[in-house]
Design a protein around this ligand. Structure first.
Ligand SMILES: O=C(O)CCC(=O)C(=O)O
Ligand SMILES: [Fe+2]
Length: 277
């Protein structure tokens, strides 16, 4: 795929603005937390050491190669049949995986990344109370890998609009504009819930994102992005020849209460609501 054949207008991920990342876990102080609360996002390079990143990648490779037979939460490229997957070696398999979920109970190295002490302390400052992890994902975007259109993560969770959700997106490879790094809209988390429509995915209307002050969030391996559950965000098609592997965790307060699915659908729309935008 080239820019000429993109399934969206290139301005959907305009690259005029780049997030300025802090460096290292020690840089995440109260000023950083205040900035996060104001802007709805925060980027930190060098949050994890290269050994922690290597260990996390090894953890994923082991799960991908089926070293833990109890682990089943893995999504391969949908066109692949199981017998094709069974014949693949590590490298081929790694490029064929799109997603792994709920892996922390199966791998101590990945668990350590999700529950890094400075990350947990920062989250407790943001929430002002003890937190729990409600979602674990590894998102592997290969060369040519598809876009994740603009959306709010809270559209996927059954919590009230004013119940805080924080996402943490961790780069395992360098994440660049070319290979599909995150893009956010600073401050837009304060605008509340946005209705989602089935377009290329279940997403925010493209038109609503044009001419906005979009911020690209490139990260080094071991860098992380903290972002509010109401922050509109998306990642473009991977137009490079480099894969982009990332981990993504979501956290809420231990005291948070769920709402019924129907209430969430009223707020954000449903995946098959037949609405057009
Ligand atoms: O890693 C990506 O490409 C974006 C993932 C994302 O935003 C999500 O899964 O909610
Ligand atoms: Fe998301």
């Amino acid at each position: 795929m080239s820019t000429a054949t993109l399934p969206y207008e290139p301005k959907l991920y305009s690259t005029d603005l780049f997030a300025k990342a802090l460096r290292g876990p020690d840089a995440v102080d109260s000023a950083a937390v205040a900035g996060y609360l104001k802007d709805g996002y925060l980027t930190v390079n060098g949050f994890y050491t290269s050994d922690e990143v290597k260990a996390g990648i090894q953890g994923l490779s082991d799960l991908i190669m089926g070293k833990n037979e109890a682990f089943k939460h893995i999504q391969f490229e949908p066109r692949l049949k199981q017998e094709q997957i069974d014949k693949m070696g590590l490298e081929e398999r790694e490029y064929a995986v799109r997603k792994l979920m709920s892996f922390c109970p199966y791998d101590a190295r990945l668990h350590a990344m999700a529950f890094h002490p400075v990350l947990m302390a920062t989250l407790e400052k943001i929430f002002g109370e003890p937190v729990q992890c409600i979602q674990e994902m590894a998102l592997l975007k290969p060369p040519q890998g598809s876009e994740k259109p603009w959306h709010q993560d809270k559209a996927y969770f059954n919590y009230a609009v004013d119940t805080r959700v924080v996402g943490v997106w961790i780069a395992l490879d360098e994440a660049t504009v070319e290979n599909g790094c995150m893009h956010v809209l600073p401050g837009a988390h304060k605008q509340g819930a946005i209705y989602h429509y089935p377009v290329r995915d279940w997403q925010i209307c493209d038109r609503d994102m044009y001419e906005k002050k979009i911020m690209a969030c490139p990260l080094e391996p071991g860098g992380l992005l903290l972002f509010d559950g109401l922050m509109p965000h998306g990642t473009p098609v991977n137009l490079s020849n480099k894969r982009r592997r990332a981990l993504q965790f979501h956290y809420i307060a231990k005291s948070a209460q769920k709402i019924p699915l129907e209430e969430r659908i009223k707020i954000y729309g449903g995946k098959d609501n037949g609405m057009e935008c």
